[in-house]
Ligand binder design. Sequence first.
Ligand SMILES: Cc1ncc(COP(=O)(O)O)c(C=O)c1O
Length: 428
Amino acid sequence: MSQSDTFFDYKHIWHPYASMIHPIPCYTVISAKGFYLKLKNGKNIIDGMSSWWSVIHGYNHPVLNKALKKQIKKMSHVMFGGITHLPAITLCRKLIKLTPEKLDCVFLSDSGSVSIEVAMKMLIQYWQALGQKRKLFLTVRNGYHGDTFAAMSVSDPENSLHKIYNNLLPKQLFADAPVSSFYQDWNINDIASFKKIMEKNSFKIAGVILEPIVQGVGGMNFYHPMYLKEIKILSDHYSIPVIFDEIATGFGRTGKMFAFEHADVVPDILCLGKSITGGTITLAATLTSRHIAETISKSKAGCFMHGPTYMGNPLACAVANANIKILQTNQWKKQVSNIEKQLFKNLLPLINHPYVIDVRILGAIGVVECSRSVNMFLIQKFFVENGVWIRPFKKLIYIVPPYTISTYALKKLINTIINALNKTELFT
Ligand SMILES: Cc1ncc(COP(=O)(O)O)c(C=O)c1O
């Protein structure tokens, strides 16, 4: 890779949430193995991000690679309309087995955001089939569900990446975010706002949607399981289906296979993505109950109106099968619990740091909420120069490492965060 390649990237290629006039320079990764990313200059840096929560077993995993190679020899892709194949059948079978009994039908799609669109469309069609024109969704402030239009409409309208689109988005209902955190005592008042909105609008609401337990991009908050429980009880009372967005939290990240297990509740629709393929290829799934699926199928349209070109991509399904197999046979519970223990031991003491407002830990997620926003350019440079890959946003420095990270590497991630906090020039 030459200077001119780097310049071409800078000049012509759009990166996530980046300016085309003054983009923050990107670091070139030439390969990745385990929990290391190898940069162009030959330096290996420790990955604290799992490529946005997806690479749970580490990079370049031999079992995942083998699954991809084996499948590629047969076929990389074939359309899913009118055709089926074993990788998709095996995957859907696995997903149904892994999730609560009620979730019985699977719709595969390309990305997390699309799986949210699919879930919301399902409920619009569900109500149409029942003879009602419901299109309003009730959600919770500080949520994030993706970058497509319906997903943006249920993400926090103020505190979000999407504020600038507000006038274009369908207007949804937003309840106050929970205040009781995961480890605090439950305060029943937390549910008051949701309850009030539900009582007033229940006859118009098509569905409830929220991230169970962990609100990610909207603030990295871990809320009390009772909040989720109460939401499900209230929604059930009004017969309104609930969508759980487990795109970030699914497959073990919070210490349970799915975050909703912390509250012992079951959704009517479940969205999965990110780590479903162990961070190798994009794939997502929307699971629902047979009741919802069959009701939709009885609608005027006679079918569910969605069908992405790459739906059920065999390569993605094959590697997702291998990923789930690793999860089921390896020590993910122990790995995540060890990470959590180390975070409590080494990251939690930062709560006493003068520039830290809060430290939050759940499973393999560690969050430091700072009193000042980071200077993204400078802090990223600092992290890379110090041998780690951490990508904070606003006042939040957080890590979601691969489950396979070593004690030493996790210590290094934490120590580098501590060193960053002591450098005022890295903050605005
Ligand atoms: C909770 C949640 N939902 C949905 C999405 C969107 O997923 P994708 O980026 O695959 O479209 C994300 C992505 O960060 C997420 O964290």
